[in-house]
Design a protein around this ligand. Structure first.
Ligand code: GLA
Length: 392
């Protein structure tokens, strides 16, 4: 897959800029989150893993201070040009704002670029699938900048933070740290158990003997994701403020279920209370799920995945009818260990753990039911758990 991606992005570079001489190619992965949804901006735990699909960047330095960006996936967008020193006022709301934002964030941190570059991008993550194509684009840009400009002091964790910072402040999406962290820190066949309150993390091997990790795309064309996402953050912040009347806490993730249940009436607004309930329970579910996995209890892990979906559907309201159909149909199949919507929500994908012998049934049963109920097809992916960014 990597060699194919490298070839495609180099062809894209040549088409846009007329050469491949001296061009370097980098890759950063997308991610799927196994459990711990909408907990990362609530000081809670997450459990994502990097995928073996992602974003490729072909890059070459220039002599002047110009930056040029071209996308193989969006040829109609042509080549975008901007001067490094004009980045602050160069937002257009188009795809190139992501790599532009990363350069802007580097400059803001004092990592000054002594010249510009030409960049071509190619991604094999399905667009809008909730598998973090934007985080992969941010991380691959940061990774390429570090290599090209010799910023060797930057760790992969800092690359993740720079990606999040630029997405928050250049692109206006108030995302947490999960996606960039999973992309920058991915490890083959491992998921990352990250406490977003302390940024401490550990790798947990994903050994699913006799089972597969399946990702199913609703293919729903969603809009308003950013504004709904930002609204959830604001509701959680309001709930936190109410709980701080009694608790000396900085994030909802610091609350136990018992504390939340005892004092939830401090949260005046009913909607905010339900959002906080999800944040608190989901955090505890994630801690329990990782322990279950360590104990070899995949069945319990699956139950907690299902509970996560219900909570996202009913309390957090970031699911959608299409993802509900996928999860609920999956639960009816005997060999499905667990199934839930993954990522920011309002569309995107579900992630499921399915016993080997039930994989065909999963696809053959859910596919037609989904088509009939929704009117278009779902896509089924068998993806591997991959490493973080690399130069190819
Ligand atoms: C998006 C954000 C992440 C995280 C998830 C929900 O993917 O980018 O930071 O909040 O939604 O878990």
């Amino acid at each position: 897959m990597a060699l194919e991606g490298k070839k495609i992005v180099l062809e894209g570079f040549e088409k846009a800029y007329g050469t491949t001489d001296g061009v370097r190619v980098f890759f950063a992965p997308g991610r799927v989150n196994l459990i711990g949804e909408h907990t990362d901006y609530n000081g809670g735990h997450v459990f994502p893993c990097a995928l073996d699909i992602g974003t490729y960047a072909a890059v070459k330095k220039r002599e002047d201070r110009k930056l040029r960006f071209a996308s193989v996936n969006i040829p109609a967008a042509g080549v975008t040009e901007v001067m490094i020193d004009d980045l602050d006022s160069a937002r257009t709301g188009k795809w190139a704002d992501y790599p532009k934002g990363v350069v802007w964030a580097f400059e803001g941190r004092g990592y000054k670029l002594d010249c510009g570059f030409d960049m071509a991008i190619y991604g094999d993550i399905p667009n809008g699938a909730g598998l973090s194509s934007s985080a992969a684009l941010e991380v691959v840009t940061g990774f390429a900048l570090r290599a090209l400009y010799g910023f060797d002091q930057i760790t992969n964790e800092e690359l993740a933070l720079i990606g999040q910072y630029s997405e928050n402040n250049y692109n206006g999406m108030n995302c947490g740290i999960m996606d960039q962290f999973a992309s920058a820190m991915g490890k083959e066949n491992n998921a990352i158990f990250l406490d977003t309150n302390t940024m401490k993390f550990e790798y947990a091997p994903i050994k699913l003997d006799g089972m597969k990790l399946l990702i199913t795309n609703t293919n729903k064309k969603h809009s308003l994701v950013d504004s709904e996402y930002n609204a959830r953050r604001a509701q959680c912040a309001e709930a936190l403020k109410d709980m701080q009347a009694k608790y000396d806490i900085k994030a909802l993730g610091e609350l136990s279920i018992e504390q939340f249940e005892a004092d939830k009436d401090l949260i005046k607004d009913d909607v905010c209370r339900r959002r906080a309930k999800h944040a608190v329970y989901e955090n505890q579910r994630t801690i329990e799920a990782v322990q279950a996995l360590k104990d070899g209890n995949v069945a319990r892990f699956g139950e907690l995945m299902n509970q996560s979906h219900v909570s996202l559907r009913d309390d957090y309201e970031t699911s959608c009818p299409e993802a509900d159909i996928l999860a609920e149909e999956a639960w009816k199949i005997d060999g499905v260990v667990g199934s839930r919507i993954t990522g920011g929500g309002f569309g995107g994908c579900t992630v499921s753990i399915v016993k080997d012998e039930a994989v065909d049934e999963f696809i053959n049963k859910i596919g037609p039911v989904y088509l009939e109920k929704v009117g278009y097809e779902a896509s089924f992916y068998r993806l591997g758990i991959g490493n973080g960014p690399v130069e190819l």
